[in-house]
Ligand binder design. Structure first.
Ligand SMILES: Cc1cc2nc3c(=O)[nH]c(=O)nc-3n(C[C@H](O)[C@H](O)[C@H](O)COP(=O)(O)OP(=O)(O)OC[C@H]3O[C@@H](n4cnc5c(N)ncnc54)[C@H](O)[C@@H]3O)c2cc1C
Length: 521
């Protein structure tokens, strides 16, 4: 999204920050990015009159243009099926959109994609089509420019930067627990089976037992209580699921490791690289390329207000944000590629499965792009990596948005800060003042780089009120959720919510699955 298209207030921020024992008032510009809070909340207002404008038609109407909606659109286009896609934002991509801050690209949400495993064939094919991968003599060759450059990750631990995010095991008990957890993950991989997308793994009573308890209580039960291990596992859960180990299921906690490369503490490393694809603008690099060939069929700035499935067709009422007028659509089938709690508000018919599945909790997220007029001073240890995390912190640290630039960035420096918040803090985030949230971010960055708050010139914040579905105990086993993967009359669902948690691969295959289930008789 071009910076000009973003809705923001540009004001001078002056608030106090406590640095050491001094109060200090940094001066910087910034504001909130994105328009979705106001548009999304249109659903709470009484429905407008449909108006007597023309009735627009498409064979398939896709509501929502995040990764899932775009994947569905691509697959329909490939099959030659007529469709239209409506999204409330002015750019497609959903949680995987990007922005420009002071002319520099940066992510607003999702920012990386691990190399797809053997169960993610559709995602691999997309990456091949986008020129990121090719096969030579049976081997996959990845575009080196888009693989995360080294150093990939560093952890600020007891006053210095260490390579990787797993804290060092400083005593024998911790070392033993690292090995114990690695063996438990390896056994789970071998005996139970985990896959991404999750729809490719079988679901057994043993999975259901894991899904019925929290990851934290499962770890307690295994005697895995070493603080370094528990901090790291908690960090992983907050990073992928937006919530700590005490809130997500043990199935989710194990899935994080067992569905990818496992858990490898020092001494148990494997040759397999946990490589990721990443770009300065994050996963917007992918969504923009997915959207581009479809642009004539993407109707952006259209907030869908009602979806009414009838005997012959599905009638949809939308609000055209640009023209400020209602818009009527009619389709033979509709794919709801919005979060399930939104789909539930839109559909006029009560659906028991949707009522149940829409109860899933979503984590609010804060993403801040912080512009510093010069690089922060370094502390001892490893130099700036792509991902930079502080041991013990509640935030998830920051990503250097310039890390993948082919020419190393000259100042200014753009850092993208991530924090998953407790669901109880959603009102504070949505109603909050951008300056106080910026000071919160700067206080956290100041723990890593005490000089950073003195060098800040701009803070652009993005708030995701319902950023991602939290895989709480029982969610993944829910029959209601599973049933929404199948067509429901003229309606289909396609969103990462269907997996009970949110990553690119889940969203993408949900979209492809919905498109493939469309059959006109
Ligand atoms: C801060 C953050 C960081 C993340 N980082 C990563 C990462 O690094 N890697 C990763 O794989 N995943 C990450 N994720 C998960 C990310 O959510 C998924 O990867 C993926 O982008 C989800 O796509 P989706 O299509 O399922 O959903 P969404 O992105 O939620 O798409 C839903 C779409 O529906 C539209 N919509 C909603 N209501 C309406 C309405 N009434 N009318 C019209 N349109 C509507 C929305 O505007 C949106 O475009 C992150 C998520 C967040 C919040």
């Amino acid at each position: 999204m071009g910076a000009g298209a973003l809705k923001r207030r540009s004001v001078l921020a002056a608030g106090a920050l406590l640095t050491g024992c001094h109060r200090f008032a940094p001066h910087f510009e910034g504001g909130w990015l994105g328009a979705s809070v106001a548009r999304g909340h249109r659903l709470r207002a009484p429905l407008p009159k449909a108006g007597d404008g023309p009735l627009r038609r498409a064979d398939v109407l896709i509501v929502g243009g995040g990764v899932a909606g775009l994947a569905c659109a691509r697959e329909l286009a490939r099959r030659g099926i007529d469709f239209a896609l409506l999204d409330l934002e002015d750019e497609a991509g959903g949680n995987a959109r990007g922005a420009l801050v002071a002319g520099r690209p940066c992510p607003l949400g999702a920012h990386y994609l691990p190399l797809p495993g053997r169960d993610s064939g559709e995602v691999y094919r997309l990456l091949e089509e986008l020129g990121l991968a090719r096969r030579e003599l049976g081997r996959v060759i990845w575009d080196e420019r888009q693989l995360c450059h080294s150093p990939q990750e560093r952890l600020f631990y007891r006053g210095q930067w260490l390579e990787g995010l797993l804290p060092p095991a400083e005593d024998k008990a911790t070392r033993i627990q690292y090995r114990q957890f690695a063996l438990l993950v390896e056994t789970a991989q071998r005996t139970l089976g985990f896959a991404i997308p999750t729809r490719r793994a079988k679901w057994t009573p043993s999975h259901a037992v894991l899904d019925a308890q929290t990851f934290a209580s499962w770890l307690d039960h295994q005697g895995l209580t070493a603080p370094a291990l528990r901090w790291y596992l908690d960090y992983c859960c907050r990073d992928d699921y937006g919530a700590p180990a005490a809130e997500v299921s043990a199935w989710a906690g194990l899935h994080y490791f067992a569905s990818r490369h496992g858990f490898h503490p020092p001494g148990m490393e494997t040759a397999e690289r946990e490589a990721v694809l990443t770009w300065p603008e994050g996963n917007a690099w992918l969504t923009r390329r997915m959207a581009e060939p479809l642009r004539e069929r993407l109707h952006l700035g259209r907030t869908v207000l009602q979806v009414n499935p009838g005997r012959q067709s599905v009638e949809v009422l939308a609000w055209n944000e640009g023209a400020d007028t209602p818009e009527r659509w009619s389709a033979r089938q509709a794919v709801l590629a919005t979060p399930l709690f939104i789909a539930r508000k839109l559909i006029t018919e009560k659906m028991a499965a949707l009522e149940a599945a829409a109860q899933a909790r979503h984590a609010p997220w804060l993403v801040a792009n912080v512009l510093l007029h010069e690089p922060p001073l370094e502390r001892p240890g490893l130099s700036m990596a792509w991902d930079n995390v502080r041991y013990g912190a509640e935030s998830l640290g920051y990503v250097d948005a310039g890390h993948q630039a082919l020419r190393p960035d000259r100042p200014p420096v753009l850092l993208t800060y991530y924090e998953a918040l407790a669901t109880s803090r959603r009102p504070e985030l949505l109603g909050g003042d951008w300056r106080s949230w910026s000071l919160h971010v700067l206080a956290e960055l100041g723990e890593l780089h005490p000089d950073a708050p003195h060098k800040v010139s701009r803070v652009e914040l993005m708030r995701w009120g319902h950023g991602m579905s939290i895989p709480t105990p029982g969610l993944r086993s829910s029959a209601a959720l599973a049933s929404l993967n199948e067509p429901q009359g003229r309606l289909m669902f396609a969103h990462s919510d269907l997996a009970g948690y949110s990553v690119f691969e889940e969203a993408y295959t949900a979209g492809i699955n919905a498109a493939r289930s469309i059959k006109f008789v």
